[in-house]
Design a protein around this ligand. Structure first.
Ligand SMILES: [Zn+2]
Length: 355
């Protein structure tokens, strides 16, 4: 009889009795509660497990580039690609075939300028991709990232003004362009628009414009608590959006501040956000927990490119078991309050969870 059988099979009571006779148990006070009883077998563990993962929990980010004919790997993110307009539909279809319910679209335009004009062009890359995906997969939820950084020649998330050595990202001027972008995505068939810029007042402005434009069923997933993080590096390669000067700390949250994050979330909910997001995920798991507990709104966590790349690198070196580590992290995020997890592992997770 092997150890497993001995532990879980009929020998167990016999062994315990024998153990009792040795007198060792007398060192332990008489126990009423023995939490280990419920960990005694995989079946018992399955019965009392509190958090379960399903393919429905995950959203797959997809990058579509107007410049490409064929998919191009993103070096810092093994397994992630920039896709051509032709390929994006197949990838969306494959995601749906795996039972994923939603994809999050990012666009890389042919040309960038100082007004981010390709962000809200009717025939922009995201608008074209949306129409193509919706034509083939009408039931797939398509969420679009609404930001200007991929479309701005300087790579900032808004309209900038430079005064000597200083630059400013102008809030209200930026919101105007974000509203135009969100409207053009709604017109092209987006189920949810997801503003990721962190300008003040953009959720309310977008909600008003959507309603006035006849898109009252288009939802808003707000990047409500988005922190200025060192973990975005690989994404900037993926979306070709590194800022050409300065950084994003004048609009993204200081990673030292959780109360401020809660105030940001409250504002976005007030302005009409349907889903709120915390980004990045694992280093901000306390914020995720507080947001979900306090607001009881559908809450998303974005497990970002740096978090992905870090674990990929460790797995490639054989330091961690990729599958076990990914499932543990995703379970932790769900446990901490994430109803939705945006992750570059969405496809693999859907496959693993089927097995
Ligand atoms: Zn941006």
């Amino acid at each position: 009889m092997d150890v497993k059988q001995a532990l879980h099979g009929t020998l167990l009571p016999v062994k315990l009795a024998a153990f009792g006779q040795t007198g060792t148990l007398s060192l332990v006070r008489k126990l009423v509660h023995r939490p280990r009883r419920l960990r005694r077998s995989p079946a018992l563990q399955n019965l009392v497990r509190e958090t379960r993962l399903s393919a429905y929990d995950f959203v797959l980010p997809l990058f579509v580039s107007e410049r490409l004919e064929r998919r191009q790997p993103i070096e810092s993110m093994p397994g992630v690609f920039q896709l051509s307009l032709m390929e994006i539909v197949d990838d969306a279809q494959r995601a749906q075939d795996l039972d994923l319910q939603a994809v999050l679209l990012f666009g890389i335009p042919e040309k960038k300028d100082e007004q981010a004009s390709r962000a809200y062009a009717e025939n922009g890359v995201v608008q074209k991709a949306l129409q193509a995906i919706k034509a083939k997969c009408p039931d797939l939820v398509v969420i679009t990232d609404v930001c200007l950084c991929e479309y701005m020649s300087h790579g900032h998330c808004g309209v900038t003004r430079v005064d000597g050595d200083h630059f400013h990202v102008l809030n209200d001027e930026t919101v105007e362009l974000l509203v135009k972008t969100a409207l053009s995505h709604a017109a092209a068939g987006a189920d949810l628009v997801a503003p990721s810029d962190m300008m003040d007042g953009r959720i309310g402005a977008i909600r008003d414009a959507l309603d006035a434009g006849g898109f009252d069923q288009t939802g808003i997933m707000s990047y409500a608590a988005k922190f200025a993080s060192a973990f975005y590096g690989p994404f900037r390669e993926a979306a070709e959006s590194p800022p050409q000067f300065g950084d994003r700390r004048s609009y993204q949250l200081d990673y030292a501040n959780a109360d401020e994050a809660l105030r940001e979330v409250a504002l976005d909910i007030d302005e009409g956000a349907d889903i709120i997001m915390v980004k990045p995920a694992l280093p901000y798991i306390d914020v995720l927990w507080r947001v979900h507990e306090r607001f009881e709104k559908p809450t998303a966590a974005y497990h970002v490119s740096g978090e992905y790349a870090m674990l990929k690198a460790a797995a490639e070196k054989g330091i961690v078991d990729e599958r076990a580590a990914v499932i543990e992290i995703m379970t932790a995020l769900r446990r901490a309050g994430a109803d939705i997890i945006i992750t570059y592992w969405a496809r693999e997770l859907a496959k693993w969870l089927r097995e």
